[in-house]
Design a protein around this ligand. Structure first.
Ligand code: UD1
Ligand code: CA
Length: 448
């Protein structure tokens, strides 16, 4: 059965206290909306529809960037979750598969859970994702009869007896498409909020003799984000989940709590991630590498057997081949470092290619920016760049060449040559001692 995802993302999220639409606030480096989309897209849906309203342009931009086939439908007035889903009616007129409704502000939902919800539709017409709430607060309550869902009552409309129910509505629902829109045309807004509740379709379905079921999940998965406090809490849950996955997948972390992952971080088996390492988006670390303490990586590819850090920074476009060593206080950006090359201390390598086994001395800087444009530096295989070399790009240093420490290299260095680009040293006989004497004498006369 084909699937259409309908993701509700029109709400304002006033409690976020933000100019950014709520669903664009990030968890682990990706907007919440992207998390919801990714969870749903893993089921290979035929359609992915985003209902946008507040900040629709920004929301649409993020959605299309994540999935160029996503369809954006504008709900210009937010009249409730039922009204929101109904905006997809025309677009899904010919769709006869299952519709899964998700919220853009519920980022921790797992693909397996959505799959279970969808599978439930092979024995029923409607399935709702529910959870046992520790503190059911203002969630909608699921009114069940054994295994069957009878209706959902919103907190504001619930009786005291109904409020004491702890089985709550997550908001995620799966319904056969044609039935969904038939039921939606039957709901009204005569309730405590004056809204069209999606949840009202359950009682309508039951009245038509349709079978409605509940699929249960853990409360953490259905955490809906309404405030920055909840956003931080969701981040915490996400990080805990990822750390545990990493440990289970064969990554050593002496202090997992201090390591921060992005939504897309990939780390290979038998790698070691030391304390206080931060992974921004787009990082892959292959097997058997060691990321040492206090390093920050983003948009970087680290091949097998590398050592990075402590205190290293890999910025987007850093590509490390096997057995590369990056040491303390080294920054790499948009550069390719070939196998076995080393940049061990206090250096900046940007917009560069570094050949195999090249050794870059302490304090080397690729001067890549002239104030207007960026330029490339090319360093050949087996080169030796002396400490404190300034490589003024565009420039290239050939294979097996050397630069003398303290050189400012402004012209290409041919392979095999030694480039010395600094003032020539002169030694003045006994001048140091004479000079000191003179200075001390000057100071003494000044005091008198
Ligand atoms: C909803 C459920 C409630 C459930 C809870 C779980 C209804 C009526 N109630 O309540 O049973 O326990 O979620 O979190 O469905 N949205 C739109 N357009 C609208 C209204 C909402 O896009 O017109 C979006 C919001 O941006 C949000 C989501 O739908 O992402 C949920 O809406 P919200 O108003 O937060 O519903 P709740 O009151 O939390
Ligand atoms: Ca909500």
């Amino acid at each position: 059965m084909s699937i259409a995802l309908v993701i509700l993302a029109a709400g304002k999220g006033a409690r976020m206290q933000s100019d950014l639409p709520k669903v664009l606030h990030e968890i682990a480096g990706a907007p919440m909306l992207v998390h919801a989309m990714m969870a749903g897209q893993a089921l290979a849906p035929e359609r992915c529809i985003i209902i946008a309203g507040h900040g629709a342009d920004a929301v649409a931009g993020v959605a299309i960037n994540q999935n160029s086939d996503a369809e954006i439908i504008i709900q210009s007035e937010q009249l409730g979750t039922g009204h929101a889903v109904d905006q997809a009616r025309a677009s899904l007129a010919d769709f006869d598969g299952n519709v899964i409704v998700l919220y853009g502000d519920t980022p921790l939902i797992k693909t397996e859970t959505l799959a279970a919800l969808n599978d439930k539709l092979s024995h029923s017409e409607l399935s709702v994702l529910g959870f046992e709430a520790k503190d059911p607060g203002s969630y909608g309550r699921l009114i069940t009869d054994n295994d069957n869902l009878k209706r959902i009552v919103e907190f504001k409309d619930a009786s005291d007896a109904e409020k004491s129910i702890t089985l709550c509505n997550s908001g995620v629902m799966a319904v056969a498409g044609p039935l969904l829109f038939r039921l939606l045309s039957e709901i009204g807004n005569e309730n405590a909020s004056g809204e069209y509740y999606l949840t009202d379709i359950v009682a309508k379905a039951v009245a038509h003799g349709a079978s409605c079921k509940v699929v249960r999940c853990f409360e953490t998965e259905t955490l809906g984000i309404n405030s920055r406090v909840e956003l931080a809490h969701a981040e915490h849950i996400f990080q805990t989940r990822r750390r545990n996955e990493a440990l289970e997948n064969g990554i050593t972390m002496p202090d997992p709590k201090s390591v921060h992952f992005s939504y897309d971080t990939f780390i290979g088996r038998d790698s070691i991630v030391e304390q206080n390492v931060i992974f921004g988006p787009g990082v892959t670390v292959e097997t058997g590498s060691r990321i040492r303490a206090f390093s920050h990586l983003e948009g970087a590819h680290v091949s097998c057997g590398c050592v990075v850090g402590p205190y290293a920074r890999l910025r987007p476009g850093s590509e490390l081949a096997e057995d590369v060593k990056i040491g303390n206080f080294v920054e790499i950006k948009a550069s390719l470092l070939a196998e076995g090359s080393k940049v061990n201390h206090l250096s900046y390598i940007g917009d560069a290619t570094v050949g195999a086994r090249a050794n870059i001395g302490a304090g080397t800087v690729t001067c890549n920016y002239d104030g207007v444009m960026k330029h490339h530096t090319s360093i050949g295989e087996d080169t030796f760049i002396g400490s404190n070399t300034m490589l003024v790009a565009p420039v290239s240093v050939g294979q097996e060449a050397m630069t003398a420490s303290g050189s400012v290299i402004v012209r290409d260095v041919p392979s095999g040559d030694l480039a010395i680009g600094r003032a020539k040293q002169e030694n003045k006989t006994w001048l140091a001692v004479k000079l000191m004497k003179k200075l001390r004498a000057a100071k003494a006369t000044k005091k008198e």
